[in-house]
Unconditional design. Structure first.
Length: 156
């Protein structure tokens, strides 16, 4: 190939390179990036792993994988006992909210009369709620971590 053709090809590539840089300006500042994921925000969860390079005397050993993010497994809230069915207020299965129950309910007796039933009227129901609340409390902490890991996963 002649020098003139080579020169024209170089000029063409140079032009295309500069046109591309004008069209797609390189982002040099982190604040200018449209989306930023900070590793400091990565939750401490088994589905999230960060491998740091290990420096030795001779060389730096860099693993093949520096970060591993897997979908965390979310679990359902423990089911409440049958005695609590109809008494729990909405969002009892949301780990970010406290499980609450209705203080009383209206019902009709055999004669068709309306009567008010208080939650505290049945000691078994109260005991069931306390026992279930303990089970739920044990579920909430790891589930909150898993949901935080899920939101980090969804950003990726």
């Amino acid at each position: 190939m002649s020098d003139i053709v080579k020169s024209k090809i170089r000029q063409l590539y140079q032009f295309l390179k500069e046109a591309n840089q004008l069209r797609f300006r390189p982002v040099r500042l982190l604040s200018e990036q449209p989306k930023v994921v900070r590793l400091a925000d990565m939750p401490n969860h088994p589905s999230m792993q960060l491998f740091r390079p290990v420096r030795t005397e001779d060389a730096e050993d860099v693993p093949d994988t520096l970060i591993r993010v897997r979908r965390p497994q979310l679990t359902r809230c423990p089911e409440p006992p049958a005695s609590l069915q109809g008494w729990l207020l909405p969002n009892w299965d949301d780990p970010t909210k406290q499980a609450l129950y209705a203080a009383s309910q209206n019902a009709t007796d055999d004669g068709g009369e309306t009567m008010t039933i208080r939650f505290d009227d049945d000691p078994r129901r109260v005991a069931d709620f306390r026992a279930w609340s303990e089970q739920r409390k044990a579920w909430v902490e790891p589930e909150m971590l898993a949901r935080k890991a899920m939101s980090f996963f969804e950003v990726f």
